[in-house]
Write a protein that binds this ligand. Sequence first.
Ligand code: ADP
Length: 756
Amino acid sequence: MELLEALNRHWGYESFRPNQEDAMACVMDDRDSVVVLPTGGGKSLCYQAPAVCRSGLAIVISPLISLMKDQVDSLRTSGVPAAFINSSQSDHERRQVADTVRSGKLRLLYIAPERLVQQRTIDFLKSSNVTFFAIDEAHCISEWGHDFRPEYRSLKMLREQFPGVALHAYTATATEQVRADIVRQLGLIDSEMLVGSFDRPNLFFRTERMDDRMAQVREVLRRHKRESGIIYCTSRKAVDELSELLNAQGFRTLPYHAGMDADARSRNQEAFIQESVDTIVATVAFGMGIDKSNVRYVIHCGMPKSLENYQQESGRAGRDGLDADCVLFYSMADYARWKSNIDGASAGNREASHHTLRAMVDYCTGVRCRHRSLVEYFGQDFDSESCNACDVCAGELDVVDDALVIGQKILSGVVRQGQRYGGEYTAMVLKGSRDQRVRGNGHDKLSTWGILEDQPVQTIRDWIEQLVSQDFLLRTGEYSILNIGPRGGDLLRGEVIPTLLRASDSQVRLNKQVARQKTNWEGVDRDLFDELRILRHDLAAQAGVPAYIVFTDETLRQFARIRPSTLAGMRAVHGVGDKRLADYGDAFLACITEYCRLSGTSFDNTEVRVPSSNAGSGVADAENSVSRSSRMADRKPSRQPDDEGRKTASKESSSTKPAAFKLFREGHSVDDVAARLKRAASTVRGYLCEFIDQEGLTDPDPWLSADELSRVEIAIKECESDRLKPIFEKLGGEVSYDTLRIAVCLLRNRAEAVAE
Ligand code: ADP
């Protein structure tokens, strides 16, 4: 079988992601390889698809039992014979796996390194027609890596024991040093080194100083209702506290940290994976071994100790390639705590640790594109002018108008003080403090003393950090003494204008964020999506697999956009392969059919705009210039045959929506708008719900009567849910789905207005 054919038949994908084709070619040609791709880059498929296309058995070495199970579940759901051998199994189960290996039917066998190196295993595999070894999380072999595992070192023996069998190493995080170490340790010969971009364009990065933790977290959760997410806190106490507070305010969350007993921990983890709960509040103990692809947001309540940590933790968002949010709330107290940890540790790596921490602080407080900052930190170039996916590039930050003058004042202050003081002290002098130290140094006599007296000292402090991040100032030495930076002269001469931020105006930010969020869901019937998600949860629970393995979020969103009326229509949707269609197609089709019938919604929607989750999904998204997914789509190599048709349709729909909004604003009814715009009433109703959502409307006039709205409100209370089906049934089918849907949108806005 050809690779592309396998990709489509088993996974329902139409094309490769960047670097996948080359990585797969190495496996097909038995050429050793090291593949470095970011989380979500699609490393697994690099060895899974070739394993399907070749005869014989592929051995996958994986460090975590939980990951093995997820991968094997996922492969089986895709119709690929796979198994694992590890300590979680009984002897009987292991014997069964050995029998399947002997039968020659298995394509992939997952195994932990410590088991692999046992002589018995080696002997067994020698008689099992092994075609290649795939070493997952390969950085674990290197002491330079962040997750060194001594048991990985013994993998050295593979070369001697299996001469002629190719070795392929995969990792998301490898510096050049680690890469070289992987090659050396495994004894790779003439290996191909494939390093993808570390950038994750589908992640939207933003940082905010933490001034009202609850309000800030709440705001993110509201934007991600009924979506999966992780909130990281820096201590167990903070985890328990935040989880409780959020639950008390009506959000459903579960805590996770190493202080909880193992049972409770795994229960909560399971609930998150199975999607019985959407949000997990956790310490960094949570995440290793979690492959959940549809995490839509990762919030950090507190600054991690390094960008390596941040990249890894935030990287758990959006593995499926759909847009996801990574929000970091930081405070300088975090910095002080990490700093004192470093100072209290043995001298060894202190300087390196300070450097790492400084980079983290610069990321938080700086005003450089966050994607650029991360990518450059990891040693790669960032080509684009604007990433369009961070608070800086999206223009969310509120910049001050007189930045040049303020910047010059600050730099003059640093010069006048002889470039011998840190940021805290400098801010005090500029503010005009009469602190003993300031007076003792005679700095209250400087012309720059009090030159920014009308600004809060915290704001001055922030500006100093922002000037550092733009190279106008430089921090030196262990005490972070401020010096004039490489671009400082230009600023003092007035040749460049720095970017400095006003203390954040959260409402301005919020509006911009909400507007962006909408593009993600464009065309998706949210209520149908919710129904499908519940069905997915139930089917996954029955099959004992994580929910996202049944179908990804992207596939569900597509179902809820297109609303296919046949199995063939479903098969054409991204992420639907033969086996999944056979196993789950009927159930999802029945759900869509019933929903459309009851709500009078049309099937096979051709007006759909189809965002793509990756460079390889093969669908156009030309109109969606603000969607980050589309930036990946730009790089896609191929298209579906009906692509052009969809593109035309999308143009139409993107121009009718604003027109519909205008008519709603003028008070026209749904039928009226549908007739004027020559659109189906169901499409227009979808627009109306988006309109109500966007404008935060609570008044039913002119679309519903107050009486209808209050009937629905009572039914929602009685059902304790705003899902349409139970409400419809509660009202004895007397209120149509159309009315219900509009009512629910209005009532959600009302509930939010009350919670404010
Ligand atoms: P990694 O191991 O690099 O973190 P995964 O292999 O888990 O990434 O892939 C992340 C997600 O992307 C999975 O849901 C996977 O099925 C999907 N994926 C991988 N390759 C493709 C492709 N060519 N087209 C579409 N989706 C893909």
